[in-house]
Design a protein around this ligand. Structure first.
Ligand code: SF4
Length: 155
């Protein structure tokens, strides 16, 4: 059994962060021995994670990004890595991707996005997008409903 499967078999979710580091949940449940195992197998784990074939869920997300016209492989990889590292992110993107298949509402607002920087203390109204979805200098409104695959859900 490879290092990756051993970690998963022990009940942990594991993936890569955007920076290429290992992300694991629930991290507080790791024993000291498991932490040492992760440390000593880090290179192998990163290689195994990078070589993983796409899962059916990831195919759904890639199809959705294609439908939205995304062709930038860096952005696609970044979204997949976020989904692999965090089950909540995966669920979030799957809901939006599946909503497209059923023609239901996939619109979100900037207010719920970590990338939105409001100009107001209350967090609403006008602001700007730190992910540069809009060019610099263009205002974006917290409650304008739109589609945006760079939406990064606030916790
Ligand atoms: S990434 Fe999209 S949803 Fe988030 S602030 Fe920018 S435009 Fe709004």
């Amino acid at each position: 059994m490879g290092a990756l499967n051993k970690i998963r078999a022990a009940g942990f979710n594991i993936g890569l962060t955007e920076a290429g580091d290992i992300a694991i949940t629930p991290a507080p449940k790791l024993t000291q021995r498991q932490r040492e195992f992760l440390k000593s197998h880090k290179t192998a784990l990163v290689q195994e994670l990078k070589a993983e074939p796409l899962t059916p869920d990831e195919f759904i997300i890639i199809n959705w990004l294609t439908y939205l016209g995304e062709k930038d492989q860096t952005i696609i990889d970044e979204i997949l890595e976020r989904c692999r590292a965090d089950p909540d992110e995966l669920a979030h993107f799957l809901i939006r991707a599946r909503a497209k298949e059923t023609n239901s509402d996939t619109f979100i607002t900037c207010r719920t996005c970590k990338n939105f920087q409001s100009f107001n203390k209350h967090g609403g109204g006008s602001g700007f997008c730190q992910a540069h979805v809009q060019p610099n200098g263009i205002l974006w409104w917290a409650d304008t409903r739109h589609q945006c695959y760079k939406h990064f859900k606030k916790r």
